[in-house]
Design a protein around this ligand. Structure first.
Ligand code: GLN
Length: 195
């Protein structure tokens, strides 16, 4: 198994470290030719979704990545990655045009949803399909406001959706790559194996 990790900006190294700990091969996607490599899945890290979206667009990566996801390539987006996969996003400035994104998942997302004081926090909460509680670190996190019936809600914190799945697409508003618990990554690797 080989996982592509989008490495334009943000916390991509942390994902690579978890994959390495799980004994899974990965490579970084920094430009279009990296994307040609054979891959079984893609991880889109946290960071700044506006920057990542603009870079994806400028590098000509937006359409090729979107196409493969639409053809079933498993993808895991954390935080900014969740925003990039959302079909609808609110919380962008109303005057500027919306930044480019992949938009393959039938979810509506609110950006920077927890406000400034609560910008970063840590909780433990249940995650559908994983036993026990999962540590969840939120950093200026979005949350999912709406899903269609194609989407399975996997976790909620304060009654807000923070993890969801639509077939081979998995998103979390928190950063499992910043905790030592590897179970959310293992959950994703099971989706990849069972594709
Ligand atoms: N607030 C960021 C954004 O809108 C996401 C934050 C994160 O990835 N930690 O892109």
């Amino acid at each position: 198994m080989k996982i592509a990790v989008l490495a334009l900006q943000g916390a991509f190294l942390e994902h690579e470290m978890i994959l390495r700990r799980l004994g899974v091969d990965c490579f970084e996607v920094r430009q279009k030719q990296d994307w040609q490599q054979q891959k079984d899945a893609l991880i889109i890290p946290g960071g700044e979704s506006t920057t990542q979206g603009k870079l994806l667009d400028e590098l000509g990566l937006l359409s090729p990545i979107r196409e493969e996801i639409e053809h079933g390539l498993p993808v895991f987006g954390t935080c900014a990655g969740l925003i990039l996969l959302s079909r609808d996003v609110e919380g962008n400035s109303t005057s500027a045009p919306a930044p480019p994104r992949l938009g393959t998942m039938q979810i509506a997302t609110a950006r920077n949803a927890y406000g400034r004081q609560l910008g970063s926090f840590h909780v433990e909460a249940t995650f559908e399909g994983i036993e026990g509680k999962i540590p969840m670190t939120f950093i200026r996190a979005p949350y999912i406001k709406e899903v269609t019936e194609a989407v399975e809600v996997l976790a909620k914190v304060d009654n807000r959706i923070v993890a969801a799945r639509q077939e081979n697409q998995l998103v979390t508003a928190f950063h499992p790559e910043l905790d030592i618990d590897t179970r959310v990554h293992e959950y994703f690797l099971n989706i990849v194996r069972n594709r």
